[in-house]
Design a protein around this ligand. Structure first.
Ligand code: GLA
Length: 406
């Protein structure tokens, strides 16, 4: 009898362990928000974060969809005598719970950061050996989003480490969006759809449009380099599980053209849109980029299909993203520093998208063309179209199928 009981308990236990799941229903479109790292690195405190929360509301960012306010590395203090992690008492004297309450009172959600290893990349306590305890603490504080990094992980298996934290979050019971940050090292797109809601595909972004910041043992990458590293990954993304080409550098000092191109491409990629600039003091040009509702709508489209690079021609790239209702987003990226003239002959862009299983079909369909940056209607796809694309910039359109075919 005892034997049967033990077997039953064991089966129940295995069932729970092997069928633990990430929280479903989160990140049905790419997550949008702000994160402290790109601008502030380790120099964060509760006043900065509260100021950012205020600015997210006052600038209209929250209402444009940027909902998550995420602390990155260096919020941590020590673990208490029972092993529960505490906030840095100098930088966050009111504690994370009070901060979370403040952020929630603004109609926002709050994110936090940890690491699968013993130490975070900034040398703070990691979650290794404390996963369930950390998840409980985050749930108790009212956290909504966890970015989980991969420093100090030399002796850890990534699948095990990330599934462990997923299970811990699940057990803690609060729906927390799980953002995996293992830099694409173990090809998480191949195994993590059941683990996380998004996964980094590359090493860190570097604040330049076209460069590599090489260090011994690692590198950080410019916008174009990260873009190139997304090749072949689009079939792995979809509602609830996104490829993450890292956070945005818009508003951090690149040219307006470069910022526009960067933002447009992240929208075409259905990438999470996590801002990384100081939104308490941003230029009108930066606001106009990150709050362009029609461009954001391309990113947030309910079909949830990542865009495809259809052709590359002499420094120009031609990108399509299928959208709900038979529409497409179309973007020409000029990788060169010189302005380029180009004549769009739509017939050249008859393509079949094997992820969305859909043809553009310019032979038999007519689309109305809307320029998403000038916000002007620009005729339809019956005629060829001459455009100029400034250096390090894009032109971006929504092609809306014209049911009357006119
Ligand atoms: C890693 C991550 C970055 C950032 C830093 C913090 O480099 O990839 O996004 O979180 O750690 O130390």
């Amino acid at each position: 009898m005892k034997h049967y009981l033990l077997t039953a308990v064991f089966i129940a236990f295995s069932f729970t362990v092997s069928f633990a799941q990430k929280f479903e229903g989160l990140a049905q479109t790419p997550p949008m928000g702000w994160n402290s790292w790109n601008k502030f690195a380790c120099n964060i405190d509760e006043n900065i974060i509260k100021g950012v929360a205020d600015a997210m509301v006052e600038t209209g960012l929250r209402d444009a969809g940027y909902i998550y306010l995420n602390l990155d590395d260096c919020w941590h203090g020590e673990r208490d005598s029972l092993g529960f992690i505490q906030a840095d008492p100098v930088k966050f004297p009111s504690g994370i719970k009070a901060l979370a309450d403040y952020v929630h009172s603004k109609g926002l959600k709050i994110g936090i950061y940890s690491d699968a290893g013993r130490k975070t990349c900034g040398g703070r306590p990691g979650s290794f050996g404390h996963e369930y305890q950390d998840a409980l603490q985050y749930a108790k504080w009212g956290i909504d989003y966890l970015k989980y990094d991969w420093c100090d992980s030399y002796d850890i298996n990534p699948v095990g480490a990330y599934n462990l934290m997923r299970d811990a979050l699940r057990a803690a019971g609060r729906p927390i969006l799980f953002s995996m940050c293992e830099w694409g090292s173990s090809k998480p797109w191949e195994w993590a759809a059941e683990t996380g809601h998004m996964w980094r595909t590359t090493g860190d972004i570097f604040n330049c449009f076209d460069c590599v910041d090489q260090h011994p043992g690692f590198a950080a990458y410019g916008v174009l380099q990260i873009l190139d590293m997304q090749n072949g990954l689009r079939k792995y993304a979809g509602p609830g599980h996104w490829n993450d080409p890292d956070m945005l550098e818009v508003g951090n000092g690149q040219t307006v053209n470069e910022d526009r191109a960067h933002f447009s491409m992240w929208c075409m990629l259905a990438a999470p849109l996590i801002l990384g600039n100081d939104i308490r003091s941003m230029s009108q040009e930066t606001k106009d980029i990150i709050m362009n509702k029609e461009v954001i709508a391309v990113n947030q489209d309910s079909l949830g299909v990542q865009g495809l690079r259809f052709a590359v021609e002499d420094g120009l790239e031609f990108w399509f993203k299928p959208l709900a209702g038979d529409d497409w987003a179309f973007c020409i990226l000029n990788r060169t520093t010189e302005p380029r003239e180009y004549t769009i002959d739509w017939q050249k862009f008859n393509l079949y998208d094997d992820v969305a299983k859909r043809f553009t079909d310019f032979d038999s369909k007519v689309y109305d063309v809307r320029n998403l940056w000038t916000k002007q209607a620009e005729g339809n796809t019956k005629k060829v179209k001459a455009v100029t694309i400034p250096g390090h910039d894009v032109v971006m359109y929504r092609l809306k199928v014209n049911k009357k075919g006119k």
